[in-house]
Write a protein that binds this ligand. Structure first.
Ligand code: BGC
Length: 489
């Protein structure tokens, strides 16, 4: 009996030892997986590093490409497109003007009433989302859709304001894709960006396409100015501050425009404008350089995109891509290091499921238990019960991706300031204005703060105090209406 009890005790001890060993093995396995996840995190962080010296190299490389792009058509990946805008708004613009702002998943229609020095006295804005199918359909389908919404807007306006129909409505058309302008109100689409792929529109004059669609829908409107959103933003900034020289968009896509000295544009063969200036649409989204910190995740994103090899700078910095880079890193960690448990969450395999606004919400979660991170992981990726340490790593990854993007955009701004000779303290107390717009800049506070701080660091305290960032709200639309005003008949 006693023996049996002893035997049972021995068996029991063996079982306990066995279970303990299993637990230890599992723990070791888990530790091993966690260590692997941490190694992937560290490796990613190192590859995304943007120390000041690197950013200065990026800025210098951009300046070199700016010169090359201005020298000849096709001289650089930077298109440095001539906008035909030699005069920015003065503040004296007067009358009612319209704008159509097309550049992403939504487009906006605006009606702006300007009263000279009285400024913008009234504005109506309607925002319409573009059905995803239209971004890959035909040119007629897209422009008919836009014209129809514009027709509704005009009809509504007539109903509301009971104004006799204006003889000729003048429209500023913000078309935020690379366009080779042939005049202030004509230009052909070079290629699409930001996921648009409407093949029959490439090489077409987008003003002609829009005008034909407006006719089909019976809308009487003349396109007075065709502008990029960066130029609208610059114009909006200049309207209230005549020391604004740069317009930057940080949104779904990214780009910059600036005021160049007309004589410094060798590829410009037209008459020298009286102002001596010309606004250049850089299309900096297409910038690339060996100094850019590109990881295997970026490479894979690029290869799988609708425009492989193009818009490399944009793919590192802009809102369309930041969340997707994060998703790719998380997927690798889930696959190779069971970061979210034994199963790889299936939603994590869906390209573009994690948007940059989701990423921004997780990054800026200040709750002690990172509730918002949990919420996004649950609602967007269907990943439940994540431990706090996992959520912390997610925040860390958001920080790495956003910091790299913001610091690179800052390097881009430094490159332009260098080209303009405004990277040193300016005489007098007139600060160089940088007008910025776009959802990323507007809503992703950490990104914006990092961008502005980095520009300051790169310039040094003295010069940093002679530049000013201006958020140009609705800049791309209102700016286009302002340019329609200065180019109206
Ligand atoms: C386009 C630019 C545009 C920028 C911001 C880029 O993808 O090529 O024309 O200014 O996005 O909207």
């Amino acid at each position: 009996m006693r023996k049996a009890v002893v035997g049972a005790a021995v068996v029991g001890t063996a079982a306990v030892v066995g279970v303990a060993a299993l637990v230890v093995r599992q723990r070791m396995k888990r530790c091993g997986k966690w260590a692997r996840a941490m190694a992937l995190l560290k490796e990613f962080e190192e590859k995304c590093a943007t120390p000041e010296a690197k950013l200065k190299q990026v800025a210098d490389a951009l300046t070199v490409e700016m010169h090359a792009g201005l020298a000849s058509e096709g001289g650089s990946k930077l298109k440095m497109l001539i906008s035909f805008i030699a005069n920015l708004p003065t503040g004296d613009e007067d009358g009612i003007f319209y704008a159509l702002d097309l550049g992403g998943t939504n487009f906006r229609v605006l009606r702006v009433q300007l009263r000279g020095r009285g400024g913008v006295v009234h504005q109506e804005i309607a925002e319409v989302s573009i059905p995803p199918a239209l971004t890959g359909g035909t040119s007629d389908e897209l422009f008919d859709y836009i014209a129809e919404k514009l027709a509704n807007f005009v009809a509504e306006e007539e109903r509301l304001f009971h104004q006799p129909p204006v003889k000729q409505r003048e429209l500023g058309f913000t078309f935020s894709f690379p366009v080779m302008q042939t005049s202030i109100n004509s230009g052909t689409l070079i290629r699409w960006t930001k996921g648009f792929a409407i093949n029959d529109a490439v090489g077409q004059d987008v003003v002609v396409e829009l005008t034909k669609a407006l006719k089909r829908k019976g809308v009487e409107m003349r396109v007075a100015a065709l502008v990029n959103d960066t130029i609208g933003t610059l114009a909006r900034g200049r309207y209230t501050n005549n020391n604004v020289y740069l317009g930057v968009i940080l949104g779904t896509g990214t780009n910059a425009a600036y005021v160049e000295c007309a004589q410094a544009i060798p590829k410009w063969h037209g008459p020298l404008p009286k102002s001596g200036e010309m606004v250049i649409n850089m299309e900096w989204g297409n910038f690339r350089s060996s100094h850019l910190p590109i990881t295997e995740y970026d490479h894979a994103l690029d290869v799988g995109s609708v425009n492989p090899g193009e818009q490399i700078f944009e793919k590192l910095t802009s809102g369309m891509y930041l969340g997707e880079v994060l998703r790719r890193v998380l997927l690798r960690m889930a696959t190779e290091a069971s970061f979210f448990g034994d199963e790889v969450p299936s939603k994590l395999k869906d390209p573009f499921i994690l948007s940059t606004p989701d990423m921004s919400a997780m990054h800026q979660d200040t709750s002690s238990d990172l509730r918002e991170v949990d919420n996004k992981l649950r609602t967007v990726l269907e990943i439940r019960n994540t431990p706090l340490k996992t959520r912390r790593v997610v925040v860390e990854l958001c920080n790495i991706v956003a910091t790299r993007g913001a610091r690179l955009a800052a390097a881009g701004i430094l490159g332009i300031l260098k080209k303009m000779g405004r990277d040193t303290p300016q005489e007098g107390d007139r600060k160089t204005g940088i007008a910025i717009d776009g959802g990323l800049y507007e809503h992703y506070t950490e990104y914006r703060k990092c961008l502005e701080n980095t520009v300051g660091q790169l310039l040094g305290e003295k010069t940093a105090s002679s530049i000013v960032f201006e958020h140009s709200t609705d800049g791309s639309g209102i700016g286009a209406a302002l340019l329609a005003a200065s180019n109206s008949l």
